[in-house]
Design a protein around this ligand. Structure first.
Ligand SMILES: *Cc1c(COP(=O)(O)O)cnc(C)c1O
Length: 410
């Protein structure tokens, strides 16, 4: 049995335990929703206020130059680069992940102009598929080849007709992690472009974009990167493609000389050409503050801690909540930083957990999803969460409820 003393010992030995104080978490809450919306940093509000009052209020339009607004998409991109294994100048922060998927796949199709097949996972995060279908209906001749869930099926779907392969590094529901390096080798071996969606891995587990050799990557900044609701996404474009790649949302912020106001589009050098229109400067301030939290943090130690939190949760669930099926891989190398627990009454369980101040979410049809964000969770929090889970299961709240009302956002 794993008990409080074990969890306390793990907290005492945690090399990044002090980072928790950089977050403004509500007292008494165990927050396991950080893979959906990351927690607020203690300095985020002040940084946003400073941007609004000083940069916007006082500086007005001159802040585009004087406060560095124009350069912010790439400056923030370089800060994220440290967390995802990308050297400087290859990441732009802009738009949403959905839009960046559109841009990356559009760019990939232009790199492989004689091919019209895109491989994606059958069970990918739905927006990835919706965007591919939308792009397909615009182009008219795109073939979407869905494969998986087994990695072998995905690899088998890649042949010489494929223009691009789009995969989710970590599955949003099960937490299964793909070997992106191997899939990239396979894609390149067939002349295809490799694109990875890092929404559930950036800031949570090790990502090595340059080393893996992927062509494009996209990801969210409001999940494990804690940028806040609506924080803009990022897009990585491997340096070898810079200066000859083009993307379909060619807006003026990606122009080489936007203030020349020329009639002809002339792409900016490098990843800058993937920025489309005027970016959300106030949201950038929140993201910048969220990235400050990583200053001085040993990134690999943080990811290691995330996996240790997952290990603890899984072993406690095995010991104490056998009616829940652990639906995430048990092998660290094959999973992300959240845990999927299956139960027919997942909705009831998550609602009841919330009344006990433990926040998780549900993914259809029957998955209780608990995110273990390494920067602000303690091992003792995991213990508290499992105590609450055990209590909920003992009370069987679904027995007295006739309906199962669901909120708009789950
Ligand atoms: C959360 C998530 C997204 C979100 O896309 P947005 O356009 O930022 O809303 C995209 N892909 C994956 C895999 C996700 O988990």
């Amino acid at each position: 049995m794993t008990g409080r003393a074990d969890a306390e010992a793990l907290d005492a030995a945690d090399p990044i335990a002090a980072v928790r104080a950089r977050f403004a978490l509500p007292r008494g809450v165990v927050y396991l929703g950080g893979n959906s919306l990351g927690a607020l940093g203690t300095r985020t509000g002040a940084k946003v206020a400073e941007t609004v009052e000083r940069e916007w209020g006082d500086g007005l339009v001159s802040s585009w130059n004087d406060a560095g607004w124009w350069d912010r998409p790439l400056a923030l991109g370089d800060r994220i680069g440290r967390l995802v294994g990308a050297s400087a100048g290859q990441i732009a922060v802009c738009d949403s992940t959905s839009l960046n998927i559109y841009k990356a796949v559009g760019a990939a199709l232009q790199l492989a102009p004689d091919r019209r097949v895109v491989v994606a996972e059958r069970d990918c995060f739905p927006t990835d598929r919706y965007v591919l279908e939308g792009l397909g209906s615009t182009l008219g001749d795109l073939e979407l080849r869905l494969a998986g869930p087994e990695p072998g099926e995905l690899a088998a779907a890649i042949d010489d007709s494929v223009a691009a392969v789009l995969v989710n590094h970590v599955d949003y529901r099960s937490a299964r992690r793909l070997d992106v390096r191997a899939l990239t080798v396979r894609a390149h071996g067939h002349g295809a472009v490799a694109i990875v969606d890092l929404a559930h891995s950036a800031g949570a587990i090790e990502v090595a974009l340059d080393d893996w050799g992927v062509d494009f990557a996209v990801g969210c900044t409001y999940k494990y990167l804690n940028g806040g609701p609506g924080s803009p996404a990022f897009i990585y474009v491997a340096r070898r493609h810079h200066d000859h790649v083009s993307q379909p949302l060619s807006g003026w912020h990606g122009h080489a000389r936007p203030f020349a106001f020329t009639t002809a589009y002339e792409p900016a050098p490098g990843v800058r050409r993937f920025v489309c229109g005027t970016p959300p400067i106030v949201a950038y301030a929140a993201l910048d503050a969220a990235l400050d939290v990583w200053d001085g943090v040993d990134v690999l130690a943080a990811f290691e801690k995330g996996q240790a939190l997952v290990d603890l949760l899984v072993s406690l669930v095995d010991e104490r909540c056998p009616e829940l099926e652990v639906a995430s891989p048990r092998d660290r190398a094959l999973r992300g930083s959240h845990v999927a627990l299956r139960h027919v009454h997942a909705h009831s369980i998550v609602r009841e957990l919330a009344t006990r101040h433990v926040v998780g979410d549900v993914r259809e049809p029957d998955v209780v999803r608990l995110g273990l964000a390494p920067l602000y969770l303690r091992f003792t929090d995991v213990l508290v969460a499992v105590d609450a889970l055990r209590d909920v299961l003992d009370h069987e709240p679904w027995r007295n409820s006739t309906s199962d009302p669901r909120p708009t956002v789950t």
